[in-house]
Design a protein around this ligand. Structure first.
Ligand code: PMP
Length: 392
């Protein structure tokens, strides 16, 4: 209906139909205000309610403990690469630990794919004393570094807890289709060390024990809403600073400063008002279903496609180790680039779009976020079967 397609984009990506309809319904005149949310002052009472409702709903959905702040910022997922490093290094606890050690603390990075690699690159640029805990795995055939699995925990090179500022990882690698199981990384890290997790592309797709994390950071434009807003959930003690020490915030611009946002209900300056409004509607949609149900649906959609891949591995070549393959972004290749082009073209004739793998990896990537109906995944599997029958 409405001429809509099955949109397998990695992000910005499909949003729930009911959310789009509500946005459309309220666009010209938001609940009797005589204006749209697009046109509304962020200092108005009505907008104040929109943003505080969005925060409260997200807190309920993710069961965020009271000792965590939930912040809405700008700068995308990329902004949080820098922000997570700069804010952690400014925290009182980290600075005291560093003073005690008498030398720079290590920032531990797990490189599981392109996005954690970008996170590492960013903090190196800022002068971080970075330690690479793991960097993908070596391909048994070529010896090259590849991002399709993780080495066993026994081979991880975590720094000593007393020498570590924080451990950083990306839970779902949107490009490489690698997703680590819930709690897999936090279980491997000493509980005294804060873990920072980029959950840009799998947040809200399954339950998460927020209390295990120092901070969770994410761009919204996959499971949570439109582009333009990033979400940070951070343990409050990490926001404590020694205000008498001017060095603390010397290299921390206000727009990346979590404390600047925390002290002002995420509105020390103009927030991305419309994006936060739409996120709030998506959070309500997610709450109505519950994370357990969303998690079941996520498995149902992705298992359907993986079953078809596994049924014909010589034709649909899944790129990722089964233990770590993502339920959000599924990557595979076909026997030749010509067949891949044909696959994409014929899918488009069936209203299935955005199937092309990331430019760095090639092949096929389909993203099955929360708002993708099971029906969409089924339509894709039907197409895979048909394509296999005609072309294998
Ligand atoms: N982290 C992950 C896991 C991502 O998928 C992305 C973007 N797709 C980013 C970070 C970067 O986000 P942004 O484009 O909003 O800067």
């Amino acid at each position: 209906s409405h001429g809509r397609v099955w949109n397998f984009s990695a992000g910005p990506s499909v949003l729930p139909m009911s959310v789009l309809e509500e946005v459309q319904h309220d666009l010209l005149n938001y609940k009797g205000q005589g204006m749209s949310v697009l046109e509304m002052s962020h200092r108005s009472k009505v907008y104040g309610n929109i943003i505080s409702d969005a925060e409260a709903t997200l807190r309920r959905v993710l069961k965020v403990p009271d000792n965590y702040s939930v912040l809405f910022l700008q700068g995308g997922g990329t902004g949080e690469f820098a922000a997570s490093y700069l804010n952690l290094m400014a925290s009182k606890a980290v600075r005291e630990k560093q003073r005690k050690l008498g030398k720079p603390l290590k920032c531990d990075y797990l490189i599981t794919g392109g996005w954690s690699k970008s996170g590492l690159k960013e903090v190196k640029r800022l002068g971080a004393n970075a330690n690479v805990v793991l960097d993908g795995v070596k391909s048994p055939s070529t010896g090259e570094t590849v991002y399709n699995s993780l080495p066993p925990v026994s081979e991880w090179k975590l720094s000593k807890p007393e020498e570590t500022a924080y451990v950083y990882y990306c839970e779902n690698e949107t490009v490489h289709g690698v997703e680590t199981p819930a709690n897999f990384v936090v279980d491997a890290v000493d509980p005294s060390v804060p873990v920072i997790c980029d959950m840009s592309s799998n947040m809200l797709s399954r339950p998460v024990d927020v209390s295990r994390f120092g901070a969770i950071v994410a761009g919204a434009q996959k499971n949570m809403g439109p582009a333009g807003v990033s979400i940070v959930i951070v343990r409050k003690d990490l926001l404590e600073r020694d205000e008498s020490d001017p060095e603390v915030t010397r290299n921390l611009p206000s727009v990346l400063d979590w404390c600047y946002f925390d002290g002002a209900g995420s509105m020390p300056h103009t927030p991305p008002t419309f994006s936060i409004y739409v996120c709030g509607l998506v959070f309500k949609w997610a709450e109505a279903q519950g994370l357990e149900a969303l998690s079941k649906l996520r498995d149902e959609r992705s298992n359907m496609v993986y079953d078809e891949i596994d049924a014909h591995p010589e034709f649909f070549n899944g790129l990722v180790d089964k233990k770590y393959r993502s339920s959000m972004n599924l990557v595979f290749t076909l026997p030749t680039p010509e067949l891949e082009a044909k696959f994409i073209a014929e899918a488009a004739e069936r209203n299935m779009v955005q199937l092309k793998g990331h430019r760095s990896l090639g092949g096929i990537r389909i993203s099955l976020y929360n708002a993708m109906p099971v029906e969409g995944a089924r339509a894709f599997v039907d197409f895979m079967k048909e394509f296999y029958d005609k072309n294998h």
